[in-house]
Design a protein around this ligand. Structure first.
Ligand SMILES: C[S@@+](CC[C@H](N)C(=O)[O-])C[C@H]1O[C@@H](n2cnc3c(N)ncnc32)[C@H](O)[C@@H]1O
Length: 335
């Protein structure tokens, strides 16, 4: 394999590379899951747009209005994407999806952050590459997207909103086709299903969340940082036995890798921007050590492990068990 610069921390390895180059060199059937948050504009993470962002000069990045004295983090403006940007994006994700098909084992799950405006741009190429759509995981979070009155006419049309205020983030869920039945795949490849929250509580597809808190942003200054409280729940679910490698091809400041470390999982991340690679080097250890009420870290995770135990003979209850209360998250707290 070509020599890429890497950084390791506990069970996480981060590589500075373009993910398509890296995937092309990776062994077939060598990763058990993907959890990632891709650049939906591609343009927003181009050198030109990143230079504008870092100089505070907008471009595709806009600063949401400040109405309560708090400074907001910049958000990418997906509505500025042209037809040709969209075609370019779909081509890129098409190549990405085919590369993943080769590198993942049968039954591997892919969980990809998205938003309601662009999720189809990623869903189509993943399905076209042969992945099975397995639904979506809804991160309930109130953001500052949408909800505005018409620009420059907000007084005239004070009772309307151009787009709904965004209050959820869809994370697409796909799976590489199984080899045989679910049970065959689980035995052979250790993948094919999602890890339960507890013996009594299955993993669910709606997760209450909150915007990434300032304390985490201070440790990992990346404009698209995802909160550990949410990431740990997703990452934990994608390895049914906690065995194997979770891959994040668009690692950013390393929130997936930090979540994996917190859970004691093995992970590999790829990031092509040296600036974010450097940020991730300090962010991964700091984020993975964060104790976040309501989410597991490796020690707490042992509470959930049921290695060697079997469900046979034990009644499945529908209500939460007391241990699953550890996953009850703080209510939405928009900032
Ligand atoms: C939306 S951000 C992910 C942020 C991440 N969720 C976090 O919490 O830190 C996407 C990241 O992918 C990186 N990226 C974009 N294109 C890439 C490529 N072809 N290969 C590897 N990384 C890429 C960008 O530099 C950016 O840091």
């Amino acid at each position: 394999m070509e020599q890429f610069q890497t950084y390791s921390c506990d069970r996480a390895t981060l590589t500075l590379a373009d993910c398509l180059d890296w995937l092309a060199e990776r062994d077939p059937a060598s990763a058990q899951a993907v959890v990632t948050d891709p650049p939906y504009g591609l343009v927003e993470y181009s050198t030109r747009e990143q230079a504008k962002l870092r100089a505070g000069r907008g471009g595709v990045w806009r600063i949401p209005p400040s109405f309560d004295g708090h400074k907001r983090s910049p958000l990418p403006r997906f509505t500025t994407l042209t037809e040709s940007d969209l075609r370019q994006l779909e081509n890129f994700f098409g190549r990405w999806a085919s590369s993943l098909m080769r590198v993942l084992v049968p039954g591997a799950h892919i969980v990809v952050a998205s938003n309601p405006l662009v999720s189809h741009i990623l869903a189509r190429p993943l399905a076209a590459a042969g992945f099975e759509r397995r639904g979506e995981i809804i991160r309930l979070v109130t953001t500052l997207r949408g909800g505005d009155r018409p620009k420059n006419a907000h007084q005239e049309f004070c009772d309307v909103t151009v787009m709904p205020r965004s209050m959820f983030e869809p994370w697409l869920l796909f799976r590489k086709p199984l080899e045989g039945r679910v049970q065959d795949n689980l035995r052979k490849w250790r993948t094919g299903a999602l890890r339960r929250i507890s013996r009594h509580q299955p993993f669910g597809d709606v997760i209450a969340s909150h915007p990434t808190r300032p304390a985490e942003r201070a440790l990992a200054p990346h404009p698209s940082l995802k909160p550990q409280s949410f990431m740990r729940q997703i990452v934990r679910a994608v390895l049914p036995f906690g065995e194997g490698i979770v891959l994040d091809p668009f690692a950013g400041a390393g929130s997936t890798l930090a979540a994996a470390n917190a859970l004691g999982y093995e992970s590999v991340g790829i990031e092509h921007d040296p600036h974010y690679f450097e940020i991730a080097r300090t962010a991964i250890p700091a984020l993975s050590r964060l104790a976040i009420p309501g989410t597991p870290i490796a020690d707490e995770a042992s509470l959930f492990l049921r290695d060697g135990e079997s469900l046979c003979g034990s009644p499945i209850r529908r209500e939460d068990s007391s241990e699953s209360q550890l996953f009850a998250l703080a209510p939405n707290r928009p900032r």
